[in-house]
Ligand binder design. Structure first.
Ligand code: KIV
Length: 273
């Protein structure tokens, strides 16, 4: 990229994220699904880039993340990793690529690492998926957990509302987090839970907890890039701070272009050979 200056700092690894937690340095994370976006995020010094299964919604126009396939995730992950030098790139394992059994999960995690060059994978779930997490970690692939609102279970939850507001579910999330840490995850994404629970789990765990709608007490924050850019506007959860309003700006640009072509104003002499 001509205009963006790469940050001259060392490659981020799962170990650097751990050191950042120990030093009390907040970890920054965003999602990417293509090469250009990945290059821009990396040049901006974002520490972790997630090739999220949110691609189903942000790129494919679906209403949930459950439909995205392994082949589609491999495609997105391949074009993202080509654009990244510094950030740690984590690939989401799509729904049903890891729930059937640990062998199949390891095979699919291995494909993400071998074929698309992500450096770690992310799985949704707690105690129930611990044997699977252990199997993948034992094979040498770093695993990130995802607790709280786990969008692949949307049909079970029935709603995208905040999770773990009652003490029973909060305890369950804490136990899940501790179990995931025991089987070797290098970090956990904690989505849409009360801020007090985000702080508590971040303090209790040794591994970094990256919050999304889990309050300021987490070790880092992640947002869906299309949400924070104001590109994805179907809904606007309160945890999303919009740093731009790109949907509106793009629409205006497209309308101006169409008007200029229709009026004969574009292309001008200067824009012709
Ligand atoms: O798929 C995704 O974008 C995610 C984030 C919500 C963390 O899992």
């Amino acid at each position: 990229m001509g205009e963006t200056k790469p940050r001259p700092s060392k490659k981020v690894t799962t170990k650097s994220l751990q050191r950042m937690k120990l030093r009390g340095q907040s970890i920054t994370a965003l999602t990417a699904y293509d090469h250009l976006m990945a290059e821009l995020l990396d040049a901006a010094g974002i520490d972790m880039i997630l090739v999220g299964d949110s691609a189903a919604m942000t790129v494919q126009g679906k209403h949930t993340t459950v439909t995205v396939t392994m082949e589609e995730m491999l495609y997105h992950a391949k074009i993202v990793t080509k654009g990244v030098d510094r950030a740690l790139v984590v690939g989401d394992m799509p729904f049903l690529s890891y729930q059937v059994n640990p062998d199949e999960a390891l095979r699919n995690a291995g494909r993400l690492v071998k074929e698309s060059h992500v450096e770690a994978v992310k799985l949704e779930g707690g105690i129930k998926i611990c044997p699977t997490v252990e199997r993948i970690v034992d094979a040498g692939i770093p695993v990130m957990g995802h607790l709280g609102l786990t969008p692949q279970s949307i049909h079970k939850f029935g709603t995208y509302q905040v999770r773990a507001t009652d003490p029973e579910e909060a305890d369950e999330v804490r136990r899940d987090a501790e179990a995931l840490q025991r089987v070797g995850v290098f970090g956990i994404v904690l989505e849409k839970v009360p801020a007090a629970l985000g702080t508590r789990i971040s303090k209790d765990l040794d591994v970094p907890v990256i919050g999304i709608g889990a309050g300021p007490g987490c070790d880092g924050q992640i947002l869906v890039t299309h949400d924070m850019l104001g590109l994805y506007t179907r809904f606007h959860p309160r945890f999303v701070r919009r740093y731009a309003e790109l949907a509106g700006q793009m629409r205006t640009a497209f309308e101006r272009y169409a008007a200029d072509v229709r009026s004969g104003d574009f292309p001008s002499e200067d824009e012709s050979y």
